[in-house]
Design a protein around this ligand. Structure first.
Ligand SMILES: Cc1ncc(COP(=O)(O)O)c(C=O)c1O
Length: 408
C-alpha cells in the first residue's frame, strides 16, 4: 500500500479522534523515525514521553527475546510470576513506596489511585471523605474519574456526568489549595511537572505545602508522574529532584516532597503498555483481596521488559546524562534569537517553549524539515525526546526550530 492508501484506509476504518501527521511511519532507529518514503525525522515526541530508550534498543530487544522464551506472554493475576515480583521490588527499592499495584495505562493508574484513596478513607471509618482536590491545567487521563480531575471543558463537557466529588484549586497557589480543603477531601492529586497543561514545574514550596495540607486533613497526597516520571526530569522520579540534597538530607524520616501514592505509566516498559500505582504501606493495608484488579496488568512479559528499562534509567550515570542534556537543550533554546519565544521552561528532557504564535504552525513546518514535535496547549511546543538523544541531535533540533521561527 502506498502512504495515501494507508491514510485513506485509516480514515475509512478508524475513529477520527486524533489529528494525525501527514505521513506514515514505518520504522525507527535510535532517536530517528523513518516514514514509508524513507524520510528521516528526529523524534522529539517519543510517543509522547514513552519511548525513553528510543527505537530498536538492543537491551530492550534482548529483554523481549528473554521474555518470549518462557512462552508466558500473559498469565492471570491469580498466579505468581517472578518478573511481576521483581519489577515491584525494583520500584519499591527506588522510591518512597512500600507496595506496587500494576495496571495498563496512565489513566487507569489514576483511577486506581482514586479508588485506593477512597478505600483508605473508608477503612479509617470516614464514609463522607470521598472528594478529590485537583489543579488548574492538570491532565490525568480520559476515563470517567481521571477526566473528572482534568479541568478542560473541551475534554469533559460532551461526556458529563463524570465522577462526582472533584474540586479544583490553582496550580502552584497554596492559598487556593488551602481554601478548597476540608475533611471531606480524601486525596490531593498533582503532577510535579505538568505536561499536557503546558510544561509547568510545581514549585518546591507548593509540593511541600500540599504535603503539609494533606497531613493536616488526613488526606492522601497523590503524585501523577505518568509523564514526568521514570527519568524524564533527570531524576528517576520527578519529585526526587525537589530535595535540595538529592535524598541525602535528614527530614526526620519524612521527606516533605514525598507522596502517599504515585502513578506511573508511559515509559515504564519502553513502549509497551503498562501502568503502576506505588503506595505507602498504610494505603496498602487498606486494600483488601478483591478490592481492585485487572486482567492484563503486570504480566510476565511486560514486567520483564519494564525491569530492564527501569533498571537502566535508574543508573546514576544515565540520570546525570539526562540532566546535562536537558540543560543543554534549554540553554540552546534560550539562545535562539526569536521574538516569538515567550519562555523556555521545564526540567531535564521535559521542555516547553511558549510561543506567541500557534505551536501547530511550527510543528507542521518541522515535519518538512525532518523534526517531530508536539504541542502542550495551543502555543507551547513540547520537547520530550527519547532520553538517549545525543548532544549532536539536540544541536540539530534547536537549529531546525531556530530556522522555522526565523521564517515566521
Ligand atoms: C500526567 C498524565 N497523567 C495521565 C495521563 C494519561 O495516561 P494514558 O494516556 O496512558 O491513559 C497522561 C497522558 O498524557 C499524563 O500526561
Amino acid at each position: 500500500m502506498n502512504p495515501q492508501e494507508i491514510i485513506d484506509l485509516e480514515h475509512e476504518t478508524v475513529l477520527g479522534v486524533y489529528g494525525r501527521a501527514p505521513f506514515v511511519l514505518e520504522r525507527g532507529s535510535g532517536v530517528t523515525l523513518y516514514d514509508t518514503e524513507g524520510r528521516a525525522y528526529i523524534d522529539c515526541v517519543a510517543g509522547i514521553a514513552v519511548n525513553a530508550l528510543g527505537y530498536g534498543d538492543a537491551g530492550i530487544n534482548q529483554a523481549m527475546a528473554e521474555g518470549m522464551q518462557t512462552g508466558l506472554l500473559h498469565v492471570s493475576n491469580l498466579y505468581h510470576t517472578a518478573p511481576h515480583a521483581q519489577l515491584a521490588q525494583l520500584l519499591v527499592e527506588t522510591s518512597f513506596a512500600d507496595k506496587v499495584h500494576f495496571c495498563n495505562s496512565g489513566a487507569e493508574a489514576n483511577e486506581g489511585a482514586f479508588k485506593f484513596a477512597r478505600r483508605y478513607a473508608s477503612a479509617q471509618g470516614h464514609s463522607d471523605k470521598t472528594n478529590i482536590l485537583a489543579f488548574s491545567n492538570a491532565f490525568h487521563g480520559r476515563t470517567m474519574g481521571s477526566l473528572a480531575a482534568t479541568p478542560r471543558p473541551k475534554y469533559q463537557d460532551p461526556f458529563k456526568p463524570l465522577m462526582p466529588g472533584v474540586r479544583f484549586a490553582d496550580f502552584n497557589d497554596l492559598a487556593s489549595a488551602r481554601a478548597q480543603m476540608d475533611h471531606t477531601v480524601c486525596a490531593i492529586i498533582v503532577e510535579p511537572v505538568q505536561g499536557e497543561g503546558g510544561v509547568y514545574p510545581a514549585t518546591p514550596e507548593f509540593l511541600a505545602g500540599l504535603r503539609a495540607l494533606a497531613d493536616e486533613y488526613d488526606a492522601l497526597l497523590i503524585y501523577d508522574e505518568v509523564q514526568c516520571g521514570v527519568g524524564r526530569t533527570g531524576h528517576l522520579w520527578a519529585h526526587q529532584g525537589y530535595c535540595p540534597q538529592d535524598g541525602s538530607c535528614n527530614c526526620d524520616g519524612r521527606c516533605p516532597y514525598e507522596p502517599d501514592i504515585m502513578t506511573a505509566a508511559k515509559p515504564l516498559a519502553g513502549g509497551l503498555p503498562i501502568g503502576a500505582i506505588l503506595v505507602r504501606q498504610k494505603v496498602a493495608d487498606a486494600m483488601q483481596k478483591g478490592d481492585h484488579g485487572s486482567t492484563f496488568a503486570g504480566g510476565p512479559f511486560i514486567t520483564h521488559v519494564a525491569h530492564h528499562v527501569v533498571g537502566r534509567i535508574a543508573m546514576p550515570e544515565f540520570l546525570a546524562d539526562v540532566t546535562a542534556k536537558g540543560q543543554l537543550l534549554r540553554d540552546m533554546l534560550e539562545e535562539i534569537n526569536s521574538p516569538h519565544i515567550v519562555e523556555v521552561r521545564g526540567k531535564g528532557l521535559m521542555v516547553g517553549v511558549e510561543l506567541d504564535i500557534d505551536a501547530a504552525k511550527v510543528i507542521n513546518k518541522g515535519y518538512a524539515r525532518g523534526l517531530i514535535l508536539v504541542n502542550a496547549g495551543p502555543n507551547v511546543l513540547r520537547l520530550v525526546p527519547p532520553l538517549v538523544i545525543s548532544e549532536a541531535e539536540i544541536v540539530q533540533v534547536v537549529k531546525t526550530i531556530g530556522e522555522i521561527l526565523g521564517d515566521e
